[in-house]
Design a protein around this ligand. Structure first.
Ligand code: GAL
Length: 746
């Protein structure tokens, strides 16, 4: 049994997706739009090869928006019908498509995914395409060449068949059954976990019986520490529910595997999930000052900085040596006012409570540069998508204030979906979901937090709302009147304004216009560029005034997306500078959803540790993408580890380097201000990875003192490391007393 589970774990880390034929390879591609490209007998031999599961932007079509077609020739063997138990339907899984699609099988329409009013140009980019037809449908040519033709329209950003599962399968008993695992784990004393799971059927044609196996496995050693098999009996309106409990031997990565075998057909279904485990130690009673150690502001601009400090409340705050023009509210820790002369000031911050005193220096640099350390905040997109509204933003601000602001988190950023149209004077108006932007900004500021907004240099944003094209100055004035502190500026429909093959100067142009508009206001507005990395933006982001710039397309909550984005940052990482950061996109931890309904991130707990560790090493802006009102204890543990955040916020913002890449282990390091080296050892493998690493190989000489950063614990001095990592896991360390040469691995 153990072996079977280990095998399943290795191959189906999240869920089993049964496909008789995998159709990943052999796709042909052409930009444009011709009706005959759907025909079975159309000669596509001159078309380019393309990979599915990757946007076309990354495959030689940078910045391409508009129509394009994919074609695939595939033989569908009749044996797949024969081996199925219920001989009913055939399914074509074509992954997610950005943005809309029409799909043809041998020249006849199989299905389409379009947006409002059947408009292919507004298709739902985030929904897996799955088209099902009866086995006796005349469009299928059994045991012969079939042509699947996919017509795609992309209106901006990444395009094409960019992610997902690609296969043809005969639907079977198991397609009607789901193992429901969405109830949260509950945690009790002595590492007790309890969880309710279920089995559900989506058909009223059959009742099901079978056996459900539950096993808890150590993903590194393969040892099973808990096993139970129970009989299950369910139908459409009669789901099966079961609650299991187990005591885990240690606080570390564990996986639960659920395996259901259906009685009549003998077909089975497997789902596995990681059990969240908390590494961040509980917050102490004594005061501790967190957040940035260096802060940039412009002369005369309204200044707002809340001293971030943890410790038992009430806390009292002091600041000695603040620049002229600034005052501290000793009860709230909010420093406000405006600085009337340029220059650097080192202020001494002190925070007291009945358990003790903490002091720290804060360097305030009044000059032309702001956002000297990466922004720490929240953005509405990865949870609410276009359904964001005033109430959701206020709730998020409140939750940030109550749960995370003491760790240095401060920005509350509204993404796309707030805009309406322009009034007669051309001023941008917020839509009915945001009845009073000024009062919303005031509310966020009253908590000592800052607020951000979103627009596009084009006429329309990516969500189809009004953009800033030819209204840049006016929009910035409006933002400044409202009290906005951060602007995400997203290329989107500017593609229609720019030449078809934009040069680097063309790419810079809209950002220079907005930079100049921002310079004219009296507010410090962080400028966040979003154009998906086109023209290697990291080489010129600072020149166009960018405090950060997205380096890739949008992130989603999958390992493929996370690792594809995160581990490709070695290209841009050398360009990291204080005040100018690569932005590998927002965080996908907690409850995410890109719209009104949310789900738990599909990343495993280990992948989430990897996410936060890598983003911190990269000095990336950390923008939480989940519902702030539903922060569970695991997600909070990811976001409130002050030693991890200090790596991200290190004032020197030295570039992260990939110094080792062998046997599916990558090691990334970053030199810190205090002379120590932060080091992330990442397991790229879908399986556990056990290796001995000599610290010499990592360019660390002699015996090196190491600190486990997530656990906030010194672990001793080493010359060799025994690395034992779960699938996609990380060990984040801080090395002291070392000499690290500057070698970088490609
Ligand atoms: C995308 C952008 C996302 C989000 C979205 C809004 O282009 O990359 O982060 O802002 O537009 O429509």
């Amino acid at each position: 049994m153990r072996k079977i589970f280990a095998f399943l774990l290795a191959y189906f880390p999240v869920s089993l997706f049964s496909q008789d034929i995998v159709i990943k390879d052999g796709w042909k591609f052409k930009t444009g739009d011709e009706p005959q490209w759907s025909y079975a007998n159309f000669n596509d031999s001159g078309w380019a090869q393309i990979e599915v599961g990757k946007p076309w932007e990354l495959q030689g079509y940078p910045g391409y928006d508009g129509f394009a077609w994919y074609r695939l020739h595939v033989v569908i063997p009749s044996t797949i019908k024969e081996k199925s138990f219920l001989k009913e339907k055939i399914r074509f899984d074509l992954g997610k498509i950005d943005d809309g699609d029409d799909v043809f099988l041998n020249g006849s329409m199989l299905g389409r995914n379009a947006g409002r009013g059947g408009d292919i140009k507004k298709g739902p980019y985030d929904i897996p395409r799955s088209y099902t037809i009866p086995l006796n449908d005349r469009r299928i040519k059994w045991d012969a060449d079939n042509v699947i033709a996919v017509r795609v329209y992309d209106h901006g950003g990444d395009g094409g068949m960019y992610e997902g599962n690609y296969g043809i399968s005969v639907t079977d008993v198991t397609d009607y059954i789901s193992i429901i695992t969405n109830q949260p784990f509950e945690f009790g004393p002595s590492r007790k976990i309890t969880k309710k799971i279920g089995l559900q059927s989506t058909t009223d044609q059959y009742d099901f019986t079978g056996k459900l196996g539950i096993a808890i496995v150590d993903p590194v050693s393969g040892t099973t520490v808990f096993k139970q098999t129970i009989g299950a009996d369910f139908a459409k309106n009669r789901p099966f529910e079961y609650t299991f409990s187990a005591n885990l031997p240690e606080t570390k990565s564990w996986q639960v595997v659920y395996h259901f075998v259906e009685d009549r057909s003998g077909k089975d279904i497997t789902v596995s999930e990681g059990i969240p485990y908390i590494l961040t130690p509980p917050i102490g009673k004594e005061p501790r000052i967190n957040g940035p150690k260096v802060y940039g502001a412009r002369q005369g601009a309204p200044f707002l900085f809340r001293i971030a400090a943890t410790g038992e409340k009430p806390l009292s705050y002091e600041a000695v040596g603040l620049p002229q023009g600034l005052q501290l509210d000793k009860k709230t820790g909010i420093i406000s006012g405006s600085i009337n002369a340029k220059g650097n000031t080192v202020a001494k911050l002190t925070v007291k409570n009945k358990s003790g005193v903490a002091s720290r220096k804060l360097t305030i640099i009044c000059g032309d540069n702001i956002c000297l350390t990466p922004a720490l905040g929240w953005n509405s997109w990865n949870c609410w998508g276009l359904s964001v509204n005033d109430e959701k933003v206020r709730t998020s601000a409140r939750a940030m204030f109550e749960k995370l602001a003491d760790h240095g988190w401060s920005y509350i950023n509204i993404d796309d979906g707030w805009e309406k149209n322009r009034n007669q004077q051309g001023e941008i108006l917020a839509n009915e979901k945001f009845p009073d932007m000024k009062s919303l900004c005031d509310y966020v500021h009253s908590l000592g937090l800052k607020i951000g907004i979103y627009s596009s240099p084009g006429t329309l944003t990516c969500g189809g709302f009004t953009g800033s094209y030819q209204h840049e100055k006016q929009d910035v004035q409006t933002y400044a009147q409202w009290g906005i502190d951060y602007l995400k500026y997203d290329w989107c429909s500017y593609a229609q304004v720019a030449p078809e093959h934009p040069s680097v100067d063309d790419l810079k142009k809209p950002y220079l216009t907005m930079r100049d508009a921002l310079k004219e206001t009296n507010r410090d507005i962080v400028f966040s560029l979003c154009q998906y990395g086109m023209g290697e933006v990291w080489n010129w982001g600072p020149e166009v005034g960018g405090n950060s710039w997205r380096t890739t397309g949008d992130i989603t909550d999958s390992w493929k997306s996370l690792s594809g984005i995160g581990f490709s940052q070695y290209k841009s990482a050398p360009k990291t500078l204080p005040g100018h950061f690569n932005d590998p996109d927002m965080l996908v931890v907690g409850k995410v959803g890109w719209g009104p309904s949310l789900h738990n991130t599909r990343l495993t707990p280990d992948e989430q540790y990897t996410h936060i560790s890598l983003w911190s090493l990269l000095s990336a802006p950390l923008l939480i993408g989940c519902d702030m009102n539903q922060l569970d204890s695991f997600t909070l543990n990811l976001l409130e580890n002050d030693e991890v955040l200090a790596i991200d916020q290190d004032p020197q913002a030295k570039p992260a380097k990939k110094i080792y890449d062998k046997n599916k282990i990558q090691v990334w390091t970053k030199e810190l201000e205090d002379g120590a080296i932060a080091m992330g050892i990442f397991n790229m493998d879908d399986l556990a990875n056990k290796q001995q690493l000599s610290l010499k190989e990592l360019n660390l000489a002699g015996s090196v003192k190491l600190r486990d950063v997530w656990r906030q614990k010194n672990i001793g001095a080493f010359t060799n490391l025994s690395v034992q990592l779960p699938p996609h896991g990380v060990w984040l360390l801080k090395a002291v007393s070392s000499s690290l040469s500057q070698k970088t691995s490609k």
